[in-house]
Design a protein around this ligand. Structure first.
Ligand SMILES: Nc1ncnc2c1ncn2[C@@H]1O[C@H](COP(=O)(O)OP(=O)(O)OP(=O)(O)O)[C@@H](O)[C@H]1O
Length: 335
């Protein structure tokens, strides 16, 4: 066990005040071998006697680097040294993109947690990741939702929650911690590859902003994300209530079999624009089972005041939106 540090105290308090995990929980720690997840692993290992957790380590080998198998062995050895159960999952074929890797990883972690009864999965995301995500999404164009991106706690299923205890800790703090306790970091060469936008944000943009504008830029961006998180949560909840009001009630059955669903535009007109966009997005996610992009939302919003009979261009899959009196209807593609 490492000596107690201010970072131990900070994480201990964070876990408690944010109710990220409970006493006696079974906790699966996602460890890449990088500095952040090693720091998280050591901290949780040190706090374990206070919380009486059952800890285990999971590593996912995406097979996209020549040294990925060695990386996995490295994490496995670490688990053995700490006397913790170790789960390793190796991708059948190399995972192509960062996004595909992430979604495969979460599926794997959830499967392991579900199979062996882990109620929480912990990842080593930091305030620096939060700041980078905010800038990354800002540069691509986004609303508040994209800027607040990473959250402290997110349910993956009714039984499993994803937690990020290091979300207020910067990468320089995790580096310092690893250095102090000589933790064996696995150096991922792709973290320095500047062909990835995220790496350029980490290694070029943030240092530039820190030296030319504000040395605290990383922390401040992370705080902005934290503020926006609460606002987005609130707006999403209010939008969900509006959506319920605007959906057909049981007395207003959708009449034609070609109509998949409908939204009451008269009611939606009373709602502020910021909420109209959210209501529209939530509605869309319900019937299309995917998120619409900005242009589609704007086109759908325009239907609120469009003349009766106005139709949208067909959406992917062939469905169209059509104005019918007080309703915006989604029509199935013609068969
Ligand atoms: N291959 C992996 N296996 C298990 N967990 C992973 C893996 N890659 C990432 N994670 C988890 O997701 C978190 C964030 O991932 P990200 O890719 O931003 O981190 P990283 O740079 O690979 O490593 P680290 O955050 O540990 O320094 C990690 O801290 C870790 O908890």
């Amino acid at each position: 066990m490492s000596p107690w540090t201010p970072l131990h105290a900070h994480i201990h308090t964070t876990l408690r005040s944010r109710q990220l995990v409970g006493r006696n929980d079974r906790l699966l720690i996602a460890v890449s071998g990088g500095q952040d997840s090693l720091c998280l692993l050591q901290l949780l290992r040190d706090l374990q006697p206070k919380w009486n957790w059952d800890l285990a380590i999971a590593h996912c080998d995406h097979r996209w680097r020549p040294d990925s198998a060695e990386n996995a062995v490295h994490v496995g050895r670490l688990a053995a040294r700490m006397d913790l159960p170790f789960y390793l999952e190796t991708a059948r074929s190399p995972v192509e993109t960062e996004a595909a890797a992430r979604s495969w990883r979460y599926r794997v972690l959830e499967r392991i947690a579900c199979k062996d009864g882990f109620g929480a999965i912990a990842t080593g995301h930091t305030a620096s990741d939060r700041a980078e995500t905010l800038l990354f999404n800002l540069l691509r164009g986004t609303g508040a939702d994209g800027l607040q991106a990473l959250t402290w706690k997110r349910p993956l299923s009714p039984e499993i929650v994803l937690v990020r205890p290091l979300l207020a800790v910067t990468r320089s703090q995790t580096a310092e911690f690893c250095d102090r306790f000589a933790l064996p970091i696995w150096q991922d060469a792709t973290n320095h590859d500047l062909k990835y936008t995220r790496n350029r944000i980490r290694h070029e943009l943030l240092p530039y902003l820190a030296s030319h504008f504000n040395p605290q830029v990383e922390r401040h961006c992370a705080q902005t994300a934290e503020l926006l998180r609460a606002e987005v949560e609130y707006l999403e909840a209010v939008a969900a209530q509006w959506l319920q009001c605007c959906l057909p009630q049981y007395t207003e059955k959708v009449k034609s079999p070609s109509v998949k669903t409908a939204l009451n535009r008269e009611k939606l007109r009373d709602c502020p624009l910021a909420l109209q966009r959210r209501v529209m997005r939530q509605w869309w996610e319900q019937w299309a089972e995917r998120s619409p992009n900005f242009e589609r939302i704007e086109a759908a919003i325009a239907l609120i005041d469009a003349p009766n009979g106005t139709c949208s261009d067909p959406f992917p899959g062939g469905a169209i939106a059509r104005v019918s009196g007080e309703w915006i209807e989604i029509h199935h593609p013609p068969t």
